[in-house]
Design a protein around this ligand. Structure first.
Ligand code: GPP
Ligand code: MG
Length: 286
């Protein structure tokens, strides 16, 4: 007997996609939930910027909560940097959060620009959670989350002023992904990604990068592939920002927190040995 709904087979096309969806449908990790509860913006990405070392000092009873709040502040700062690169977005524009998680970056975008935001995710749990958040915030007329595949969103061609992937490109083929972004974006529209990619100048996938892949069931791409796949799909890079040095403090703080998941050391090793970069790439649709 099958438990797969007809809608599942349209959105989830492969066993791999089903296993990724199962991971995110089950995910309730304190490193994400407790941070989101700080102010109601639930992120699924990492942080940037220096942490305030005083959070590690002071009264023991409130130390844990101070660290959680500081990690959340750094994650919110990361999303702000992504939004800074979307260009001029007005209230009448429509933009897409691609791999939208529990909705954090999308709600920040709507709060900043007043625009419409469509989020897509292959996790029905995440879509449900994020839509409930939209209702709670009273923005469900403008911010909507959809159970859709980012490689085939079904939205109208040329309908988006901007689109982004905040740490979600490592689940898909980049040529297929950028082909869909290029289809969705209007001429002159902006695509932004923040991603972890491996350094293919120094060699192949390092052991630390392989451990990250294994942890999230993902497939981290080499740096050069981003640029090859953009150029093949009419996306012309305007900004490339290496955020590697800026994300290391987040991982150091996270390693000392009560919500560490065990993936902290592979990230710190990979970044420090230079086998892995944390990059922002902003590109124009031509
Ligand atoms: C999601 O963040 C992380 C990923 C989707 C994949 C890996 C990203 C790279 C840059 C390689 P999360 O907030 O759900 O992860 P965690 O639960 O570890 O905080
Ligand atoms: Mg997280």
């Amino acid at each position: 007997m099958t438990t797969t709904m007809p809608s599942d087979t349209r959105v989830l096309r492969t066993d791999y996609q089903r296993s990724v969806a199962a991971y995110w449908n089950a995910e309730k990790d304190p490193v994400n939930i407790r941070l989101g509860e700080v102010d109601g913006f639930f992120h699924h990405h990492y942080g940037i910027g220096d942490y305030d070392p005083s959070v590690l000092e002071g009264p023991e009873e409130t130390r844990d909560q101070r660290i959680i709040e500081e990690m959340h502040r750094l994650e919110t700062a990361q999303a702000d940097v992504l939004l800074d690169h979307l260009g001029a977005i007005g209230p009448d524009d429509r933009i897409q959060d691609t791999g939208s998680g529990r909705g954090g970056t999308g709600f920040m975008a709507n709060a900043r620009f007043g625009c419409s935001v469509d989020g897509v995710s292959i996790s029905e749990q995440q879509v449900e959670f994020a839509n409930a958040q939209a209702r709670e915030r009273g923005v469900d007329d403008k911010v909507r989350f959809h159970f859709r595949n980012m490689l085939d969103t079904g939205f109208e061609t040329g309908s988006m002023r901007a689109t982004w992937n905040n740490e979600s490109t490592m689940y898909v083929d980049l040529f297929d992904l950028f082909s869909e972004h290029a289809r969705l974006l209007e001429y002159g529209g902006r695509y932004v990604t923040i991603t972890g990619c491996y350094n293919d100048v120094t060699g192949g996938r390092s052991k630390a990068v392989s451990r990250i892949d294994e942890h999230y069931t993902c497939n981290i791409h080499p740096r050069s592939e981003y640029f090859r796949a953009m150029s093949a799909n009419g996306l012309v890079p305007m900004h490339v920002v290496d955020l590697t040095a800026a994300t290391i403090p987040y991982w150091e703080l996270r390693a000392r927190s009560s919500v560490a998941t065990g993936i902290e050391e592979p990230f710190l090793t990979a970044y420090k040995e230079g086998s892995f970069h944390y990059l922002l790439i902003a590109a124009d649709r031509v």
